[in-house]
Ligand binder design. Sequence first.
Ligand code: N01
Length: 503
Amino acid sequence: ETQPTPAAEPSGAVREVGVAIIGSGFAGLCMAIALKRRGETDFVLLERAHDVGGTWRDNTYPGAACDVQSNLYSFSFALNPDWGRSYSEQPEIQAYLQRVAQEFDVRRHCVFGAEVTDARWDDAARRWLVTTTAGEFRARILVSAAGALADPTYPDIQGLDTFAGTVMHSARWDADHDLAGEKVAVIGTGASAIQVVPAIQPLVETIAVYQRTPAWVVPRTDHPVKPLMRRLYRSLPGAQKAIRGALYLFREFLVIGLAKNRRFLRPVGKLAKAHLERQVRDPKLRKALTPDYTIGCKRILISNDYFPAVAAPNAELVTAGIAEVRPHSIVSTDGVERPTDTIVLATGFHVTDLPIAGKIRGRDGRSLADVWADGMVSNRSATVAGFPNMFLLVGPNVGVGHTSMVYMIESQVNYVDDALRTMDAEALEVLETTREAQDAYRALIAEKSKGTVWLAGGCASWYLDEHGHNTTLWPDFTFRFRKLTRKLDRENYVGIPAGAPAS
Ligand code: N01
C-alpha cells in the first residue's frame, strides 16, 4: 500500500522539523513510534522509495524470507500472533511493517520519494540542513536509519556492461521479467543466493551458480504455524512472549561459539556437514560445496532446498572464477563459455562503506565517510564526534549474525530516546559525543572481537572492513548491548544549552 507524499513544502521553501529520520525500515519506524509514544509529533521520515519497509520492501526476489524465526522478528511492542510460518517470507514481513506503520499512525510523517542527497550541520544555526529529492528540511536532530543492507554492490566484472541480456541484482528484482526457459547465471552464494537459487531452478532451462566461497548451510526447521497456535497467541500474548524469550536465549547461546569459545561451534559444523552429505550424493560436488573455513566466520545459512537445487540436472556449480562477461555468455577462468540469458547478481550490499556516510557532513564540513576513512567509529554505535545532534541506527558494530536485528534496533532507539529526553530535561540545544568516548568504544569493540570466529575463522566477509577490523558486528551477547544502551552515558557528551555560546 502506498500513500501520496504528504510533506514537502511547495516552491522550494525549507521545512522546519524537530527530528528528521532517514529511512522507514524497521529502524526508522521504531524511532518514529518511540517519538510518537512520548507525544513528539514534529518529525519526518525521509524515504527514497514510495512505501515503508526498507530492506524488506526492496528484497522481493523469489524465495526471499527471513532466517530468524518469526516470533523473534517483530517489535516487542507489536507482536504478531498471525505469522503464517515459523520463518516468515518477505511479503508477510513487509505486510507486518505496513500494518505497524498504519497502526501507530506513522505514515502521515513519511515523505516518500525523498532521497537524501546531502545533510550538513550548520553550526551557526545549530540545525541540520537536509537536502532531498523532495525538498529541503531544517532539523534540530538527524537520525540516520538508512540501513546497512540498503545499497546493493555491483561486482566489477570485465564485460558486465556489455551483456546483452538482463542483469538483475537480488535486491532489485524485476518481477515482470519471466525467467521460464532461460539460461540463468547466479553470481554469489550468500544468504540471498541460497534463497533465490532453489526458487528459480525449477523454472529455468539451466542455472549456473558462480561460487567464489562455499557457504556453511544448516537445516531449516520451517513449518506453517498451526491455527491452534495462532489462536493461543491471540488470546494469550504471554504464550508468544514466552516462546520468543526461549528462542532469544537459544540463539544467544550461539554467541558463546561465535565470540567466546569456538569449540562450541564444532557441533554446528558437524550438523552442517551431515546436512550436506545427506543432500548431495556426488562426492565431487559435495567437495566443491564444502567450506574450508570455520563455521560462523561468515553468516551461517539455513536451507533445505539449496543443495538439492544445485545438484539438480539443469544446475551447475561453477567454482572457477569469472574471467569475463560477453554479450550472450559468461566465460570462466578455466576457459569454459556458458551461454547466458539473465545474470542474477546476489553479490550483497555496501555494508562497511555505507553510501549514506558520504552524504552526511559534520561541523567541519567533512563527511562521515571521510571521518571513517580508516574504519567506522562511534560511541555506543550511535553517535560520532564532530556530528552534533546526529544519531545512527544500524550503524557501526550493531549488526548480529545470530539473532534478530529488531532487538538491537529497539536497544538503539531506546538510547536515542533517552538522549532526546536528556536534551529536553537539560534544555540543551546541542549534544555531541567526545572523541575520548569514541576511542574507548573502539577499544572495547576491538577487545571483545579478539579471537572471535569472525576475525579468526579464516574467511573474508562483509563483517570486516578493508583493514580487517570488525566495524559491523556487535561482538558479544546482545543483552550486554541492551545494558550498555539502556541510558545515555551523559558523561561522554558535551551539551550546549539553548542560547549559550559554544565553549
Ligand atoms: O550478500 P553477501 P547477501 N564475484 O554479501 C559473492 C542478509 N540477508 O545478499 O563469499 C563473485 O552475504 C560473495 O562471495 P564471497 C544477511 O545478513 C538476510 O547474500 O565474498 N562472487 C558472496 O557469496 C546477509 O548476510 C536474509 O567470496 C562475488 C555473495 O556474492 C546479508 O543480507 C536473506 C563477487 C554475497 O553475499 C547479505 O546477504 C538474505 C564477485 N565479484 C540476506 N562479489 C535473511 O534471511 C560478491 N560475490 C534474514
